[in-house]
Design a protein around this ligand. Structure first.
Ligand code: GDP
Ligand code: IMO
Ligand code: MG
Length: 434
């Protein structure tokens, strides 16, 4: 049976949650494999709106939902999210939800450090979500992390805490902050441990069993390729690999398990936080996109920066992540524009003063900040695409736009999304069947 890996192909917020929820009706398990509660995935089902940060979007349908080892887990955020969803009528128990016991934890000291660094960075700040994601990943790689399995051995945590606190106390002192309150930390961990441990298990084993039974697995990425710590707009990125390859390492399955790679692509571009954004529109058109698309962050409520579709960036993301097909979302937001523009290349002035045309996004941050987009303009469409559920419902000019997008990004369209609502989705090619 085919599996599907969903990843964002821009700077996040492409509509991954909606598409994962839609696909989850055909999946037997949904797995988060990187990121943490910096993600904000919105699902709209009838009159109910679900906002998920840490839980896999499959949980809303009751599909087996798994948090893989590649995620950094804030146990208190997890508890709050489970309580919120339970209040919305979603059933979550140890039969339909599991957490990798080798998942590193996000602790209050990580959130502190995230805030202290951002506060001190002034104009050079990354614009993080303030959730402690970066510091938690640093501790994982620095071999200082406290992990989910450690919650079952809190009495034997002394030497690990020595290492962790020695590192953080030095950093905190640099910011004029008191050392970590170790006793309070242990107490907080002791309190939350039973809640987390009821879901903890070696999920690689569970997934192996699921796979052996021929079940379909849906891997749910967070963020987007342009926020990938290697391939994104470094240093204005998140601290994990967001590309499709992480689905394997972040869940404990091999790379031959990740199946069809579905890149989620917004019909225009948005970004939240700092960093280069070649097609950003700081004018009325950008404002109109933001208003029509309700472009405010799910997690932080921050206004998202908006701009035209950048085919160069998406082509690059699709190549880097081996995208098999895309889901083009929020097409309806472009309804009613007289003209729509697509970026097809960049102009970059070199240090010798010579202007070069690029068909890719350069790696250096100064070049990324100074490329100028080259646009192609197309007629817009007057009729609405909002709520369209079949190709036949789309205006001819909107179809032309989709076709031009897939041509430029050299990747076929598998799905089109035309509203936040679950069922307002056009299936062109079934990722589970291909
Ligand atoms: P994610 O982080 O990739 O899951 O995306 P977010 O949930 O942060 O942001 C996408 C927003 O667009 C959410 O509010 C969705 O409900 C909404 N959305 C998703 N698909 C569509 C669509 O096709 N049209 C419109 N108008 N909104 C959509
Ligand atoms: P979803 O899954 C959009 C951005 C932050 C910041 C940078 C680093 O909803 O698409 P971090 O807190 O991760 O250290 O912040 O990454 N960012 C996102 N932007 N969507 C997201 O997730 C994001 N998660 C992080 O705004 O620029
Ligand atoms: Mg989001």
């Amino acid at each position: 049976m085919a599996n599907v890996t969903v990843i964002g192909a821009q700077w996040g917020d492409e509509g991954k949650g909606k598409i994962v929820d839609w696909l989850a009706s055909r999946a037997d398990a949904v797995v988060r494999f990187q990121g943490g509660h910096n993600a904000g995935h919105t699902l709209v089902v009838g009159n109910e709106v679900y906002k998920l940060s840490l839980l896999p979007s499959g949980i809303v349908r009751g599909t087996l939902s798994i948090i893989g080892n590649g995620v950094v887990l804030d146990p208190w955020a997890l508890k709050a999210e489970i309580e919120k969803l339970t209040g919305q009528g979603v059933t979550i128990h140890s039969e339909n939800f599991a957490i990798a016991d080798n998942c590193p934890l996000i602790l209050p000291l990580h959130r502190d450090l995230d805030g202290l660094r951002e506060g001190a960075a002034g104009a050079g700040k990354i614009g993080t979500t303030g959730r402690g994601i970066g510091p938690a990943y640093e501790d994982k790689v620095g071999r200082r992390a406290i992990r989910v399995c450690d919650l079952a051995h809190l009495d034997a945590l002394d030497s690990q805490l020595d290492r962790l606190c020695a590192h953080h106390d030095a950093l905190r002192a640099g910011f004029g902050q008191p050392p970590v309150d170790r006793a309070a930390l242990i107490e907080e961990l002791r309190e939350i441990a039973p809640f987390v441990l009821q879901f903890a298990q070696p999920v690689w084993k569970r997934l192996k069993k699921v796979r052996k039974a021929g079940a379909r697995i849906l891997f749910e990425g967070a963020q987007g390729v342009l926020l990938d710590v290697d391939h994104g707009t470094y240093p204005f990125v998140t601290s994990s690999n967001t590309v499709s390859g992480t689905a394997a390492s972040g869940s404990g399955l091999g790379p031959n398990s990740t199946g069809f790679v579905l890149g989620i692509v917004k019909a225009y571009t948005t970004r939240v936080g700092s960093g280069p954004f070649p097609t950003e529109l700081e004018d009325e058109t950008g404002q109109k996109l933001g208003e029509r698309g309700h472009e405010f962050g799910t997690v932080t409520g921050r206004k998202r920066r908006c701009g035209w579709f950048d085919a160069v960036l998406v082509r690059q993301s699709c190549a880097i992540s081996g995208v098999t097909g895309i889901a083009l979302t929020k097409l309806d937001v472009l309804d009613g524009f007289d003209k729509v523009r697509i970026c097809t290349g960049y102009r970059l002035r070199g240090s010798d003063g010579v202007v070069k045309v690029l068909d890719y996004f350069p790696s250096h941050s100064a070049d990324q900040a100074s490329v100028e987009p080259i646009y192609e303009e197309m007629d817009g469409w007057k009729d609405t695409t909002a709520g369209a559920r079949s190709w036949a419902d789309l205006p001819a000019q909107a179809i032309k736009y989709i076709q031009r997008v897939q041509e430029l990004i050299e990747t076929p369209v598998a799905l089109v999304s035309t509203s936040p609502e679950r069922e307002d989705t056009i299936l062109v090619r079934d990722p589970f069947v291909d």
